[in-house]
Ligand binder design. Structure first.
Ligand SMILES: [Zn+2]
Length: 672
């Protein structure tokens, strides 16, 4: 298919900005938005067309600048650009508070919302937009008396002042530990390839950071407990200032919720989600934990037995099993029981080929055509840029970027960040979406290309699921585009697609040895799946712990909870894994608590129920590469984005209400 003129694709985003440009662009964008709000606030005869439409359009225009600035705060190479991006985020947050507290605008919105006749005449998507906007203002306290509202605004500002440095600290931390080669016994050869060395009192040592490609292999392979422990202690000592920040955040969130008339922050946060009430999410977690207790303790017993026998063989005393032992003994038990060798498996997943193979799966499933852009205008040479088109028509869909390797100062976790939201433009043409996946996968070495452990293959498939949720959403309004669905549903599409990283049919398509090109042997695929099924339930425990912890600190009427102690206590109690007499504060890098996931982390488990139902009752049944099912999925789940309730999308795709049978089966639990 011929590629059309640039104009048909929408403009490319410019990431090349100086700190001064970022600051001045944001000020200008804020000025334009403020002027638009002033005009909306002065409207004397409010209607959908003169209030709601300009509100969404202004927000779309504003976000073109705002998203790029925030994004550069997380990924820019130069520190001064990142700082400017983060400062801009703060300015944007402040301005959002200003906008969301404008009485004149709310009055106009409310007039449209209260106009039953006009509301009844709107399309479902238009009506949904009005309801979303009205609800947003109401939840900002616009129905409160002025003095309470002022108090609320001060609390919100303080929350933003704490969340930004919390996240910045996690991104910018540069924890590192120095180890000798002997101390790193057990690590594969490629771990040392190109690794920085430093003199430590006359001894030359390897520098190991807490970034994923350094941290995870060390925890899984380092034979010496002292090494794993030193690494875990270093990781658990990062960002100490985040502990008091979270402590204050928890009490401020409660104060905010109380001012708005809710008894806990969770009640406020969850009212607009699928779960609706904290009690339902807590019941789900509690039920799951009870079901998982058996399998989890059996698995832990196996790991403990292996550690005991190690101690016995070495003639040492067994001194307990700790948080730094799970990855190491988990790997060894899996290798022994299932004859699984992570090092062997990763030889079949060179990053470039695995990525292309996965993109092929996505483009076939969703009826798309994906083309990599040569010499892309991006923020770092590692970044790849892609165009997405409809497979059989000359229609552009969107742009996405993959920024897959770690760098100093870059966002530390894995995520898909929006750069531009899709929507209809005033002339009837479209604003095309753009999004970026940001990850921290290992680099190539001199001996081999970048190779992905299977866990990272699952992550890549998952994050690409978010990318295509962004690409395939097709809504009229910016505020309803893509991932702006209920937070406890947003993970479901990506979680469903993780299954393709375990499907023999799809692994055969993209798992091939990096040097011989041989496809992954069937026997190896079978072992991989057996090992996964064996550990599936136990592996959920840490997710359940994080979800329960997040609810425990937020679904409370007391702001005085000791967030650090509670994290450690609940981890010890729920996962049976602690740090003994060593003090760490892992909660300081649990970034989810510092943003949109606060009191919503349970959503990862909650949405798994839907993801497995969609997978089992449609794709597994119809065939994972059934194009018609793929298009149903695109039409009913991805395309509507937030333009209707997620439950409605699910019912349309499944042909019935969802249930949890497939989920429980998938983690090896009995179905009632
Ligand atoms: Zn995700």
């Amino acid at each position: 298919m011929k590629t059309t003129a640039t104009a048909r694709k929408g403009s490319m985003v410019n990431f090349c900005r100086t700190p001064a440009e970022i600051a001045s662009n944001i000020e200008q964008a804020i000025g334009r938005s403020r002027a638009a709000m002033d005009a909306i606030g002065q409207e004397t005869a409010p209607t959908f067309a003169n209030i709601i439409v300009p509100l969404d359009r202004t927000s779309a225009e504003h976000d073109v600048e705002a998203c790029v600035a925030c994004f550069l705060g997380s990924v820019a190479v130069e520190k001064d650009v990142r700082d400017a991006g983060n400062d801009a985020s703060k300015r944007i947050d402040e301005f959002e508070i200003e906008c969301s507290t404008r009485e004149d605008v709310y009055k106009a919105v409310r007039a449209v919302f209260d106009n039953e006749q006009e509301m009844a005449s709107l399309s479902p998507e238009d009506r949904h937009l009005v309801e979303r906007i009205e609800r947003g203002y109401r939840r900002q306290g616009l129905l409160l008396p002025p003095e309470k509202r002022e108090q609320l605004n001060a609390v919100r500002k303080r929350i933003s002042d704490l969340e930004i440095p919390f996240k910045r600290c996690v991104n910018e931390e540069d924890a590192r530990v120095l180890f000798t080669r002997e101390e790193l016994e057990g690590l594969p050869e490629d771990y040392f390839d190109g690794r920085e060395m430093e003199d430590d009192g006359g001894v030359s040592k390897y520098v190991v950071t807490s970034k994923y490609p350094d941290y995870f292999p060390l925890m899984a392979y380092a034979t010496r407990e002292a090494t794993r422990k030193a690494m875990e202690v270093a990781a658990g000592s990062r960002c100490p200032d985040n502990v008091p920040r979270l402590q204050e955040l928890v009490s401020l969130r409660l104060e905010m919720a109380t001012l708005l008339g809710y008894s806990t922050y969770s009640e406020y946060a969850m009212e607009i989600l699928m779960a609706k009430r904290p009690a339902d999410a807590i019941a789900m977690e509690t039920d799951l934990l009870a079901r998982l207790a058996g399998p989890a303790s059996e698995k832990l017993d196996e790991l403990v037995a292996l550690k005991r026998s190690d101690a016995e063989l070495a003639g040492e005393e067994y001194e307990g099993f700790y948080v730094w032992d799970t990855a190491y003994y988990g790997r060894r038990v899996s290798e022994q029981k299932h004859d699984i060798r992570g090092e062997e498996i990763k030889q079949y997943f060179p990053l470039d080929k695995a990525t292309r193979g996965m993109l092929d799966i996505y483009q076939k499933m969703l009826g798309l055509r994906i083309a990599q852009v040569d010499n892309p205008p991006v923020w770092h040479p590692d970044v790849a840029m892609y165009e997405v088109w409809e497979a059989d028509e000359d229609t552009f869909v969107g742009h996405f970027y993959l920024d897959l390797h770690p760098r100093q100062g870059k966002y530390n976790h894995t995520a898909v960040l929006p750069i531009r939201f899709g929507c209809e433009l005033p002339d009837g043409s479209r604003e095309y979406p753009a999004a970026a996946m940001v990850a921290n996968f290992t680099h190539a070495t001199s001996a081999a290309p970048a190779l992905l452990p299977h866990g990272d293959v699952v992550t890549l498939m998952h994050e690409l699921g978010h990318v295509f949720h962004n690409m395939c959403a097709h809504t009229k309004w910016k505020r309803l585009h893509g991932l702006q669905v209920e937070r406890d549903f947003v993970e479901a599409p990506s979680q469903m697609l993780e299954n393709w990283a375990w499907e023999p049919a799809s692994l055969r398509k993209f798992a091939a040895h990096h040097s011989t090109g041989e496809p992954m042997p069937d026997e190896m695929i079978a072992k991989l799946i057996t090992a996964k099924n064996a550990g599936a339930g136990a592996n959920c425990v840490s997710q359940v712990f994080l979800g329960m912890y997040d609810l425990a600190i937020h679904n409370t009427t007391s702001g005085g909870i000791d967030v650090d102690k509670m994290f450690n206590d609940m981890r010890d109690q729920i996962t049976n894994l602690g740090t003994g007499s060593v003090e760490t504060h892992r909660v300081a890098t649990f970034s989810h608590t510092a943003g949109d996931y606060s009191s919503r982390y349970y959503g990862y488990m909650w949405s798994r129920v839907y993801s497995m139902d969609m997978y089992a009752s449609r794709f597994k049944k119809d065939g994972v590469d059934n194009a018609a099912t793929g298009m149903d999925y695109r039409r009913e789940i991805l395309r509507p984005g937030g333009s209707r309730d997620a439950m409605e999308s699910l019912v349309r795709f499944l042909g019935r209400k969802p249930d949890n049978k497939a989920f429980l089966e998938s983690i090896g639990l009995r179905v009632d």
